[in-house]
Design a protein around this ligand. Structure first.
Ligand code: UDP
Ligand code: MN
Length: 247
């Protein structure tokens, strides 16, 4: 049987919320054996996301954990608590199973663009696999540099000193590795800007061990697109619409 792909998506309430989730669901729905773990950055599960999940048309788990307010500042890493909640759920669900289930974990932010081929590539992850990411790091793409089938360095324009100079969308981890490293989590304490991926990957693998995907890391199958902040300057303060419409 195909290994299940677990996609952990941190998300938070904002005007483009439903639009982002709709676009992502339209991609993920086309992937076989995919389980979507949506983690809301909120004190409770919102009704909006609960309804969305119910009608999403793919296997979903809806979690929530609020980011402490002191961490909601520009320059600080985002979605640390949400990704960890997804990891905790995965571990809890699998730790008591008699036989190990084949699975692959991937962190799917809600605003990126994912080709279907990407899921095909990551499905064969044995430990930790890597591939290029488009439109990131101030370049058209970043990628792991591969020689003789091994990652030997990083093509990047930003902080090339990172042990793993890779975006969150540029790697996948087998469920076995997640379960056999039960303490591996995203860190707040001691983590510098842009070091989330490196801090996490350091806990579970080495550069030598990485499995290059996407034709030895020469194809871009995922793009770090970002959604423009919506202009709501003309929202009415009075003379509101006669119906209350959810967007
Ligand atoms: N996110 C979140 N809470 C926040 C900000 C972001 O849960 O306060 C989520 C967001 O929905 C996305 C991920 O964290 O899935 C990464 O955030 P963003 O896309 O803004 O980061 P960037 O594109 O700058 O890496
Ligand atoms: Mn983003």
């Amino acid at each position: 049987t195909l290994p299940t792909i677990y996609a952990i998506t941190p998300t938070y309430s904002r005007p483009v919320f439903t639009a982002e989730l709709t676009r992502l669901a339209n991609t993920l729905r086309q992937v076989a054996r995919l389980h979507w773990i949506l983690v809301e950055d909120a004190a409770t599960r919102s009704e909006l996301v609960s309804r969305f999940v119910a009608g999403a048309g793919l296997p979903c788990t809806h979690l929530h954990v609020p980011t402490p307010r002191r961490y909601k500042r520009p320059g600080l890493p985002r979605a640390t608590e949400q990704r960890n909640a997804g990891l905790a759920w995965l571990r809890q669900r699998h730790q008591h199973l008699p036989a190990p289930q084949p699975g692959v974990l991937f962190f799917a932010d809600d605003d990126n663009t994912y080709s279907l081929e990407l899921f095909h590539e990551m499905r064969t992850t044995r430990k930790v696999s890597v591939w290029p990411v488009g439109l990131v790091g101030g370049r058209r793409y970043e990628r792991p540099v591969v020689e003789n089938g091994k990652v030997v360095g990083w093509y990047t324009g930003w902080r090339a000193d990172r042990p793993f100079a890779i975006d969150m969308a540029g790697f996948a981890v087998s469920l076995q590795v997640i379960l056999s490293h039960p303490k591996a989590v995203f860190k707040r304490r001691g983590s510098q800007p842009g070091m989330q991926e490196s801090d996490f990957l350091k806990q579970i693998t080495t550069v030598e061990e990485l499995e290059p995907k996407a034709n030895n890391c020469t194809k871009v199958l995922v793009w770090h697109t970002r959604t423009e902040k919506v202009n709501l300057a003309n929202e009415p303060k009075y003379h509101l619409d006669t119906v209350n419409i959810e967007v």
